[in-house]
Every structure is written in C-alpha cells, then in structure tokens.
Design a protein. Structure first.
Length: 188
C-alpha cells in the first residue's frame, strides 16, 4: 500500500523540525493502526453479538496505547472523528475539522503534517486516516443493529451507518516544538 504524505505550509519554519522525531511519530501511528486492525480482525466470523467485554478487548487497548505514546514521547495522541461515539474524540480544533474534510475528499490520502498551535503551544501535527474494515461493522454498522451495550452506554452515539472503506476518523499526533528542540539536542 502506498502512503501519501503531504506537508501543509512548507515554509522555512520546517527547517526547525527534527525529521527523526516526525518519522518516529509516523512509525508509532502505523503500529497503532496495525494494533487496531489486528484486534478488530478477531471479530471476523463471530456470530456472537459484541458485548462491553468485547470493546475492552478490541477498542480499549488502542486508546491505552495512544495514551502511552503521549506519555512516553511528550506528544498528544488522539483519535478524532466527526461521527464519534465518545465526545472526547470530537474534532478539537478547526484544523482537525479541515483535516477530516481533506481525508473525506481524498480517499487515497493516508496522512499529512501541518504546523499547529494547541493550547498556546506551537508544534507540528500529524494526521493519519482510519478506514472502516468489515470487522468494524459489528459495532459501527447500521444504527438499528448496534449492540445493546453501545445503545445503553452511548446515548449520543454518532458512530454508526458506516460501510467498509469509509473514513472512520483519524489519529492526530501533536508534537510541541519544545519537544522537537529537546529531541534535536540529544540526537546525534
């Protein structure tokens, strides 16, 4: 699979970016997505209706890994979607809304970087698409076929009526410039 990456606002400000740190973020997110896809694939062929325990085994580890990546690297790693189940996954900036729109308009686009400011902190943000796989439809398919634990636990749920290949959302990794400067100082 080819991965299309683009840089928005390719100005001289990119000269301060540590390419090693950016590559590390891309690699970490690719591994996170492989974890998501691998765990979701365990649902394929199952005839049992997913339960809250299923979510703890399939979805929760991805969120936990994202938090671990944030803590270990000084990044901010999030999953963001316009059709979210958890309100914490709603778009957090106007730029994240534009990134989702860009992924929606360009299905072949897998990820891109842009300069960003979050909480008054300047840095770079990597966006990477998440596509719906067949196994995702067990919980994210037709609205009336969602498992009962989803209906009960997420009364404001928007994450349904997807089809295979649809844009489910994206990962967003914010790397503050302070973090990039520190990494540049310790890297050979």
């Amino acid at each position: 699979m080819a991965i299309a990456l683009i840089l928005l606002q390719p100005t001289s400000a990119w000269a301060d970016v540590n390419p090693t740190e950016l590559a590390k973020a891309v690699q970490a997110i690719e591994q996170l997505d492989m974890l998501r896809s691998g765990l979701a694939s365990t649902l394929e062929g199952q005839t049992e209706v997913p339960t809250k325990e299923t979510m703890k085994e399939v979805c929760r580890p991805v969120g936990m890994k994202a938090m671990e990546l944030s803590k270990e690297n000084g990044w901010q790693v999030k999953q963001i979607a316009t059709k979210y189940r958890n309100p914490a996954h709603s778009p957090d900036t106007p730029h994240s809304r534009m990134a989702l729109a860009q992924f929606e308009q360009q299905p072949e686009l897998m990820g891109f970087w842009e300069k960003a400011t979050i909480d008054d902190q300047v840095g770079n943000r990597y966006y990477r698409r998440i596509n719906v796989e067949a196994s995702c439809l067990a919980c994210h398919g037709q609205q009336n076929r969602r498992p009962q634990f989803v209906k009960d636990g997420y009364p404001q749920d928007l994450a349904y009526d997807f089809n295979v290949g649809d844009l489910r959302g994206m990962y967003a990794v914010f790397i503050p410039e302070v973090q990039q400067s520190i990494q540049s100082a310790i890297s050979p």
